[in-house]
Ligand binder design. Sequence first.
Ligand code: PLP
Length: 396
Amino acid sequence: MSSRFDQVPDRRNTHSYKWDQSEKLFGNPDILPLWVADMDFESPPAIKKAIEGRAAQGIYGYTVMPDEAWDAITNWFTRRHQWPIQKSWLSTVTGVVTALSLAVELFTEPGGAVILQSPVYYPFYDVIKMNGRQVAANPLLHHNGRYEMDYAHLEKLMQDGAKLLLLCSPHNPGGRVWEREELVKLGELCRKYGVIIVSDEIHADMAYPGHKHIPIASISPELAEITVTTIAPTKTFNLPGLPAAYMVTPNPELKRKIDYRIKALSLHMTGFFSPDMILAAYNESEAWLDELLVYLKGNLEFAVDYLNRELPAVKPMVPESTYLLWVDCRGLGLDVTGLKELMYHKAQVAFNEGSTYGPEGKGFLRINLACSRSTLQEGLARFVKAASALAGSKTE
Ligand SMILES: Cc1ncc(COP(=O)(O)O)c(C=O)c1O
């Protein structure tokens, strides 16, 4: 039976960051783009309808979030993640990366060390470095085909003075859904050394069956007290072009500093579409999300099977959440330039090149699975064909 997600929308000439920049970024207009993390799927019908209705009003004035919209957010996290957040813990920001940057600026000193666990979503580096702080990298350990945290090295970084940790939960790339014991252990270290946790949970809703995302702040009041969590509906419902993200903390001291800085930068106004979008997303689109997750799981299984069968030199890391597939391509024996050449010119496909996620990502590629199965199939086929030709030419 065909699914609504099987449709192949034409996103060219829509000012799409992913579809309309191939010539500029990769020097090849014919590329099939499976990189930046938005989905080639229409948002849920309820959201489209709400946004169309709002757009039709014609007056695009300053906007306020009604109580029902705040309730929609808090109810969602209570229902879906067993994390009973309160409206008074939330601060509005335009995006999650903005929130991470604000937290780094607010809770560390210039020149101070900020921990991240690499490889990681590349803006984590930017928000540390571009705020004049030092990256304290705790490289993830690659164990049994998945990433795990290196607690001994983490403790060393904290002993050396790092006072803030940027947690990516679920993790991008690699797709780990951190388990309770892992988060508890991490939290104990942070409490011992007075480290604030800034937990980016934008991928919270994307966990696959069999995996349960646990908001680190939901584990105990003691952990909630030292944590600022960033949440957003934008990954879940494919709305990243519209500003909507929230910083969450029950700690009044942290919250006061956050709100003051947000006000100073005048980032506090809510987006024009946000209230209607939030209501339609969190109150009316849950069934759509469950359907999406089934489709994505199908894409994931398809991609992993295909790569294992057709190109055994590469090793996909099966994600527990996110629609991103992190593939170890070191078996192809190419350096960064070689991998780019293979993707952009030989295969005519664009995945994310791994070294942008940190040195540990060298030799890896990240594939965006959030497209129709036929598009995914085409992208993988292009890559496998070009990579196989390369391997053939090496042995000739
Ligand atoms: C871990 C993570 N954080 C944040 C973002 C982007 O958030 P925003 O667009 O709200 O800044 C992404 C997008 O891919 C992401 O993967």
